[in-house]
Design a protein around this ligand. Structure first.
Ligand code: ANZ
Ligand code: ZN
Length: 804
């Protein structure tokens, strides 16, 4: 009898062994494979079983690639700047540098429990000056290329985090970090011109092997649309109002216009008697956030008393102000077509403005419109020379017609805005710019980078719109690097996304003091082949990283334009009833006890067994028993078979090839939960076989061990050694299946009715009685007329159906 499975002894032994004898080495001959995890921010709460899931998925995939002969790039690091780390530090009353260092060392210990094959020589930390030197360097390069610029305008402001936010960080009007309602604040900002990359960011999505959902979120966020800018002269004045519309085909139906309250002509257009009302409206709107303005509630507005002329039909259209029109989109002014736009319809109904239908389904005008007809399909009516045209055709042509007739121009518009890049917070990379009274904005010379974050006593946000750095005179006051005059440092810091926008490039050359990454290493090891992480980063981090990579490509720092070739988003592990795991809800499950009681191998496999990896799954501790039992049974089968030394049989060989085929196919399609159930099923089949033969042959068992190795690395190493190998199981190669060997032997059996042969059926040699009879009956189905009274199967010889 073999010794029982002792996970504790085995796991300790192999953890030490791997440290001494690393298995993932670059021999210069292997092809590289870069499998990346979204790096964590080192929170004080440590890891729960949900974090484990992503890391296990990526580790299994990495080890699988290793077994396929690749040299693996599989690094880990820390996204340690930014609001989460700083908010935590403030809450705990410790300096963020100190709490960050402590949290990193705790989480690193926990990560080691996963037995993930990370290459810690590559480790990066975004708060390390040797790292953020290059975050600042990229900014300086962008500044020199005109892609980083300063601008004052009303930005999103989180009153609780006391900082400005990027559009991407505002989710349903709330701060992505803390959930506080976002307001507007007029602030001097550093901006990154991500809009200059809008088309490339959109078009290159086609090249990516990413979930369609994520690609769609990015393309919606970029939001490219074709339309026209149309000029409406103001009646009796010299000015004209330019509107942006995606539907110039509906121009004949424009019965009024609306300007954003911030529009430069808004106040000027008010007639004498409307002035007071208009000014009050403009003031009230300035107090509201964008989201408040766009949310579906009753429309408000005010008539200016002035009119514009519809350039197509010369009709006078009243000019209104309303806050449902945004100042910073299009031209901040729209032509309103109530018959075909919901918001315009609602507005027209409320203020009793005429509604003119111009698109009609099958050419039939609606008698009493109760809602806008928003479908694009139909025939043009009430539209002068356009009458009778198909609206779909006109929609495409109208922008060009308008341009030709000098009424405006065809345009392309994007929803994407430039990236608000400064934060009024302490814990971030200082923006390396010096404000000189003579030279203007001057970048810190590249050789002076990193510009270190100074030590401060008070790092809490001030709330005034100034960063805490502004209070440190000896840091702020400096000399201009160009002219030597007294100058002042920029005191804003970078957002938490700055470091994560490029960290994956640094891993492969993390100690380079001369370059962000050497050209040679960048070419050899990049880009990332597989990126694994949560879906919450669909637009933020994943869009910013693509932008950074394209910029670095443009300045010749890297030779590829897309950072992540393939992306996998894992689902969340939740507590009972799908509730997100959080300390405040008291439903956090720590992996630590489970590792102690069941072992790392069991927990790894259970993390995958809970459900399809791309879907959310509810955690239930009890299920881990099943996986643990499987490993015990597998251990016993392998150990007993090793002792027995049984010879292979045809059945064993066939099952072995089927096992290889099934597991590989499921793994390749990322169906990791069914890989685990597959292991369990095959294990049971082999145990049944072994009952007859005394054991399973060596080659079959070794094949099974290799297949299981990426999932349960410790137990498989131990068994591999038991089978007489001196090198690691991860130095072997992933087995291949043989189509021929998988085939079941078929035999032909005559099928009789009442003892008379009526057909022949072909079935697998080891067919069960039930399956044989069922297959036989199918062959003679049309000849079965009476009541079946008896079914006889003489194994391998005859099927006889007796009917009355
Ligand atoms: C006339 C019209 C008729 C429109 C119709 C729509 C339907 P996207 O696709 O999102 O770009 N619009 C333009 N600028 C706006 C602003 N600053 N604030 C609010 N709305 C604005 O949408 C473009 C459409 O949104 C434009 O086309 C305009 O209304 C409105 F049957 O013009 B449309
Ligand atoms: Zn906030």
């Amino acid at each position: 009898m073999a010794v029982p499975y002792n996970h504790r002894a085995i796991e300790t032994k192999w953890r030490e062994n791997w440290e001494k004898h690393p298995v993932n080495v670059d021999d210069g001959k292997k092809e590289k494979y870069y499998c990346l995890d979204m790096f964590p921010y080192p929170s004080g709460n440590g890891l729960h079983v949900g974090h484990w899931r992503g890391y296990v998925i990526s580790d299994v995939w990495s080890r699988y690639k290793m077994l396929n002969g690749y040299y693996l790039i599989h690094p880990m690091g820390w996204d340690a700047f930014g609001l989460p780390a700083e908010n935590y530090a403030i809450k705990m009353g410790v300096h963020p540098a100190k709490s960050t260092a402590e949290n990193v060392s705790n989480i690193k210990k926990q990560i080691n429990d996963i037995a993930a094959i990370y290459d810690w020589d590559m480790e990066v930390n975004t708060t390390d000056p040797e790292f953020y030197k290059w975050t600042q360097w990229i900014f300086v390069k962008m500044f020199k290329e005109g892609l980083a610029y300063e601008k004052e305008f009303p930005i999103n402001w989180c009153p609780s985090c006391k900082t400005g936010l990027a559009n991407e960080e505002v989710v349903n009007g709330k701060c992505e970090r803390c959930g506080a309602e976002v307001t507007k604040k007029n602030l001097r900002q550093w901006m990154l011109k991500i809009t200059a990359y809008a088309d490339r960011l959109l078009n290159d999505l086609d090249k990516l092997d990413w979930p369609e959902k994520v690609k769609k979120m990015q393309s919606d966020w970029i939001g490219k649309s074709y339309g026209a800018e149309v000029d409406f002269p103001v009646d009796g004045r010299d000015e004209k109002i330019t509107v942006y519309t995606t539907r110039p085909d509906t121009l004949y139906g424009a019965t009024f216009m609306v300007l954003a309250p911030e529009h430069e002509l808004a106040a000027a257009l008010a007639t004498e008697e409307k002035r007071a009302e208009v000014e009050k409206y403009i003031y009230d709107a300035s107090m509201k956030s964008n989201v408040d303005r766009l949310q579906d509630k009753e429309k408000t507005g005010v008539f200016t008393g002035s009119y514009a002329i519809n350039p197509l039909n010369g009709e006078k259209t009243p000019i209104w102000l309303s806050d449902y029109v945004l100042a910073d989109y299009g031209t901040g002014a729209i032509m309103c077509v109530p018959a075909h736009d919901d918001r315009d319809f609602e507005f027209a109904k409320k203020f009793d403005i005429p509604i003119v239908q111009v698109i009609a389904k099958d050419g039939v005008e609606i008698e009493n419109m109760t809602e806008a007809y928003t479908e694009a399909a139909g025939t043009m009516i009430n539209s002068g020379e356009w009458n009778g045209m198909e609206s779909a055709v006109l929609k495409k042509e109208a922008p060009h017609i308008i341009e030709k007739r000098g009424l405006g121009k065809a345009t392309v518009n994007y929803k994407l805005r430039d990236w608000v890049f400064s934060r009024q917070r302490y814990w971030g990379e200082p923006i390396p710019i010096i404000h000189c009274p003579k030279c203007g904005n001057v970048p810190v010379p590249e050789e002076d980078l990193p510009l270190r974050l100074p030590e401060v006593d008070s790092y809490e946000p001030t709330g005034t719109g100034e960063s805490p750095l502004a209070a440190i005179d000896e840091w702020v006051n400096c000399k201009c690097p160009v002219c030597g005059a007294d100058a002042k440092r920029e005191t804003n810091t970078m957002p938490q996304w700055a470091g994560s926008s490029w960290y994956f490039l640094r891993y492969v050359d993390s100690k380079n003091t001369e370059e962000l990454v050497s050209k040679e290493k960048a070419h050899k090891y990049l880009p990332v082949d597989m990126y694994i992480g949560g879906v919450e980063h669909a637009v933020l981090h994943l869009l910013y990283s693509r932008f950074y990579t394209k910029f670095l490509y443009d300045i010749g720092a890297v030779d590829f334009e897309e950072p992540f070739t393939k992306l996998f988003n894992q689902g969340m592990i939740t507590g009972k009833n799908g509730i997100k795991m959080s300390k405040s809800k008291g439903n956090v499950v720590s992996p630590d006890d489970l590792v102690r009681d069941y072992g790392c191998d069991s927990l790894r496999m259970y993390e995958l067994f809970v459900g399809p990896p791309e879907l959310d799954a509810e955690w239930d501790d009890r299920g881990i028993d099943g996986v643990y039992r499987f490993l015990n049974r597998f251990w016993k089968l392998a150990a007993d078979s090793c002792e027995a030394g049984a010879a292979e049989t045809k059945e064993m060989v066939k099952l072995r090839h089927k096992l290889v085929f099934d597991i590989t196919q499921r793994l390749e399609s990322f169906s990791l939960n069914t890989v685990i159930s597959g292991f369990m099923e095959y294990n049971n089949k082999f145990i049944e076989l072994a009952k007859k033969t005394g054991g399973i042959d060596k080659e079959t068992m070794e094949t099974f061990i290799i297949l299981l190795a990426p999932f349960a690395p410790h137990i498989t190493e131990e068994l591999w050694e038991m089978y007489g190998h001196t090198e690691s199981v991860f130095e072997s190669r992933w087995p291949k299946h043989d189509e021929e060997a998988m085939k079941d032997d078929e035999i032909e059996i005559p099928v009789q009715i009442n003892g008379k042969t009526r057909g022949v059926v072909s079935v697998p040699a080891d067919v069960s009685k039930e399956d044989a009879i069922a297959a036989g009956k199918e062959v003679i189905a049309d000849k079965l007329t009476g009541n079946i009274v008896k079914e006889i199967y003489v194994p391998g010889k005859i099927i006889n159906i007796v009917q009355k």
